[in-house]
Design a protein around this ligand. Sequence first.
Ligand code: SF4
Ligand code: SF4
Length: 202
Amino acid sequence: MFNFLKQVSDYTKGTVQAARYIGQGLSVTFDHMRRRPITVQYPYEKLIPSERFRGRIHFEFDKCISCEVCVRVCPINLPVVDWEFDKAAKKKTLKHYSIDFGVCIFCGNCVEFCPTNCLSFTEDYELSVYDRHQLNFDNVAMGRLPYKVTLDPMVTPLRELVYLPKGAINPHGLPDDARRAGLTPSEILEQEEDGQDQGNRN
Ligand code: SF4
Ligand code: SF4
């Protein structure tokens, strides 16, 4: 008799525990029913990349002084700087420059340390190709600037989370002048400059 009661008690406990676990799992599922869908109809709609997005690197041939700092600071010595020494002018002359974006980890060291700022990140993230060797960009390919999502006439730009007004989670149908939740980097700089000016006056 005692064994039977123990079995019933264990079975009841197991059932209650299983029901609790199912309830916990379903609560996550039901929580999604209260959320609005955020579907981006790519490629007709695209999210605006955030200000410091690290996309494909842009290169300005005329500004490069062939110093090879970008090669030394790159964790995998990736940029290829092909130069020759011009004896008459007594300086290096750049012949070719390339970065293989199939290997690059977009760490940003080369962009950060280039003394002439001839490297910069773009917001281009569409780097899918059938042959990975096509991602080895030379100075001509790197010199091209991509269309900005906000300027591309073929695309409807949608605001990324960082650009949405406070409380909004759906970027569709927002008016263009809707204020974003946080400050823009330029507004933060302005605020800091104002604070410094006031500090100097005091
Ligand atoms: S660091 Fe800048 S200037 Fe120097 S070789 Fe690289 S791209 Fe050219
Ligand atoms: S982003 Fe980083 S990995 Fe890519 S080339 Fe520059 S330093 Fe090298």
